[in-house]
Write a protein that binds this ligand. Structure first.
Ligand SMILES: Nc1ncnc2c1ncn2[C@@H]1O[C@H](COP(=O)(O)OP(=O)(O)OP(=O)(O)O)[C@@H](O)[C@H]1O
Length: 635
């Protein structure tokens, strides 16, 4: 058992030093008698099966959840909500997509509902929710706001981001909101600008949430967090939510928490699987040059379910891929840290709303920085000239993989392999969220094999030591891929570095214009957002008609069969917009598809029409660890 200590304040912004010194007295009071504090560690068991009512939640919240179509708490919610309602400090470690946001938001709101409204008016928010990226800030803010609206309570939430001016921040805080959602960098900025008073925060703050805690320090927020923690009163309840365990989480735990209860979500008693078991993981071995060919085969032959999120490691690669796919009539949009914030949020909204099926994304700026180190190519001189012209400013608070809740992503494709195991886990976590299922396909070149082996051995556990968790993708035959080779290589040659660079610059210009010109208009007319499409073609020339459709004679029978099965399953699950069918029809079909419609589970690569138990994914269904999966599928 470890002891909880509060670390001394070190690098605090000098402009707020006076206030911080005052507040240090509060901090000292916080430390009194804490030497002997111990944390409790608790594993979240699978067999807990409580309803939201049984967790002690307010009926207004339960009604709001029902309106959102959420009927049953996830495991982490079942476990965390009662402790948070009791007022305990919590460290909640649960895999990505397990519903951690509601696990803290529901009790947090309930506590604010019942806070004594007769007490003197607070000069600072009662709850701070600190998150590592702007996208996440927006997401959490939307979730809180929609819950407040659905519950019809008199609470106000605001979000602050570092790009806001002092007067924007002042305006946002003017209505004395109870809840503040922001990145940690905003708080010292508010102190320095006199928008928030540290003493008022010390007096008012009741709950502090650090979401995606494992990222907060690695994103460089340590100093910001120290200046916040120095003024947190002892009575303030602190909640630390994280998908992975890391030394950073431990550091934050020691810096901020008091006598915490550590909740660890595992699927059975002794193992911790970081990737949800409802995500089937596949890989395809191919050379780096053949990646375009393979992704074309996956998407064009429709052997993966939509919607698809495709990860690449550099922004240029994203544009190359978009231009390449475009030539085959496959529309996609690009998301990266170079785009203005409004555009990024809008792209996410449109993808979540199902306006397009393919989104190409870089995960965060640590990956895209690599671009600077890329070897110089043919048009080297041109390259250097244009670098002077175009210095894309990457947003330090951009992150796609971490915490962002992509809706109904069925497949994640790693076009480029991530640089770390954690990167892999978080990318894969964009599918299979809460009670849904999904799959991932990683394209692995010989250069990436070592990293891939590291990922596999990390994911392997005692039970799966001898069997691979990431298995070869079964629905794509070599023949099917080879049939597309000639076309793919021909088109790939036409996507030159110059065309990539021009498209990237053009896209950025367009998005900046969209973002600035339309900001005010969209605030007044939110519905018009739908008119601004992000999946428009980049290329000036229209795709050649013969590349749009792959003639049937080119595709072997097995792949045709796999493709049909994937499409049928997609339509039955309501994944395909083209399948038409109203909600009623989709609902009827849902049950059927759950039983055996997933072709990745039933398709037999050896040729028989239906695999009876021998298909990929079957093992997972029948293993001991599947109790949760079965339970989830019946919800
Ligand atoms: N009890 C529930 N039943 C069904 N869906 C839920 C439930 N709780 C949350 N969800 C949905 O599951 C999705 C994932 O939730 P959330 O974003 O909170 O996951 P997370 O654990 O925070 O993941 P990450 O670590 O990636 O941030 C969201 O779309 C959310 O609305």
């Amino acid at each position: 058992m470890s002891k909880t200590k509060v670390k001394p304040v070190e690098d605090v912004n000098p402009e707020v030093m006076d206030e911080v010194e005052e507040a240090e007295e509060v901090e000292e009071q916080r430390n009194v008698g804490e030497e002997e504090e111990e944390e409790e560690e608790e594993k979240v068991e699978e067999d807990v099966d409580k309803s939201f009512e049984e967790l002690g939640l307010d009926s207004r919240l339960i009604r709001a959840l029902t309106k959102k179509g959420i009927e049953k708490p996830t495991l982490i919610q079942q476990s965390a909500v009662p402790y948070i309602l009791e007022g305990k400090d919590i460290v909640a470690r649960a895999k990505t997509g397990s519903g951690k946001t509601l696990a803290y938001l529901l009790p947090l709101l309930q506590k604010l509902f019942s806070a004594d409204s007769g007490s003197k008016k607070k000069l600072a928010p009662s709850a701070f929710i600190l998150v590592p990226s702007r996208e996440l800030c927006q997401q959490v803010y939307s979730e809180v706001s929609s819950l407040i609206e659905l519950c019809r309570v008199q609470l106000k939430a605001v979000q602050l981001t570092s790009s806001m001016t002092a007067s924007d921040m002042r305006n946002a805080l003017a209505g004395l909101p109870e809840i503040l959602v922001s990145t940690p960098a905003c708080i010292p900025k508010c102190f320095a600008a006199g928008v928030l008073e540290p003493t008022a925060v010390s007096e008012s703050l009741e709950i502090l949430v650090l979401d995606e805690a494992d990222l907060l320090l690695s994103y460089g927020y340590e100093d910001n967090l120290r200046s916040v923690t120095s003024i947190i009163p002892r009575r303030c309840q602190c909640l630390l939510m994280s998908a992975t365990t890391s030394s950073d989480v431990e550091k934050l735990k020691k810096l901020i928490l008091h006598n915490p209860i550590v909740l660890t979500l595992t699927e059975d008693n002794d193992k911790e699987e970081p990737v949800p078991s409802n995500v089937q993981q596949f890989w395809v071995s191919c050379s780096a040059q053949d990646k375009l060919l393979h992704i074309l085969a996956l998407l064009k032959l429709e052997v993966v379910q939509k919607k698809v999120l495709i990860f690449i490691n550099t922004i240029d690669m994203g544009f190359k891929l978009k231009l390449f796919l475009e030539k085959f009539g496959i529309k996609s949009a690009i998301l990266n840290g170079e785009l203005p914030q409004n555009s990024r949020l809008h792209i996410l909204e449109q993808f979540n709303a199902g306006l397009f099926d393919y989104l190409i994304a870089t995960d965060d700026n640590s990956q895209t920085k690599k671009e600077k180190e890329e070897p110089k190519g043919e048009d080297n001189e041109e390259n250097n000239k244009s670098k002077k012209r175009r210095k894309p400013k990457l947003d330090a608070e951009f992150s796609v993989v971490r915490g962002i809740d992509f809706k109904k992503v069925h497949t994640v494709i790693n076009f480029d392999m991530p640089q770390s195991v954690t990167g892999y886990i978080h990318r894969i976590g964009r599918t299979g969220r809460a009670y849904s299922s999904g799959s991932s396909v990683s394209l692995v070149s010989p250069d990436e094999m070592e990293g891939f082996e590291d990922i596999k051995s990390f994911l392997a556990n005692d039970k799966n030591k001898d069997s691979d968790i990431i298995t070869p993708f079964p629905l794509l035959t070599e023949n099917a891929v080879e049939c597309l080779r000639y076309r793919a290589e021909d088109v790939a040659k036409s996507v030159t570095k110059i065309s990539v660079r021009e498209s990237r610059a053009q896209d950025l210009r367009n998005e900046i214009i969209n973002s600035e010109k339309l900001k005010a208009h969209f605030e007044a007319n939110p519905r018009d957002l739908d008119l601004l499409r992000h999946d428009k073609p980049l290329s000036k020339t229209a795709p050649a008609p013969h590349l749009k459709d792959i003639p049937e004679y080119l595709v072997d029978l097995k792949t045709q069969e796999a493709s049909k099965a994937v499409k049928l399953a997609g339509a039955a699950m309501g994944n395909s917009r083209r399948s038409g069918g109203g909600a009623g029809r989709n609902n009827k079909n849902k049950k059927r598809s759950r039983k055996g419609g997933d072709p990745l589970k039933t398709f037999n690569p050896n040729g028989s029409k239906r695999g009876h138990g021998g298909g990929v994914g079957q093992k997972k269904d029948s293993s001991d660890g599947s109790t949760k999966q079965k339970k989830q599928k019946t919800v």
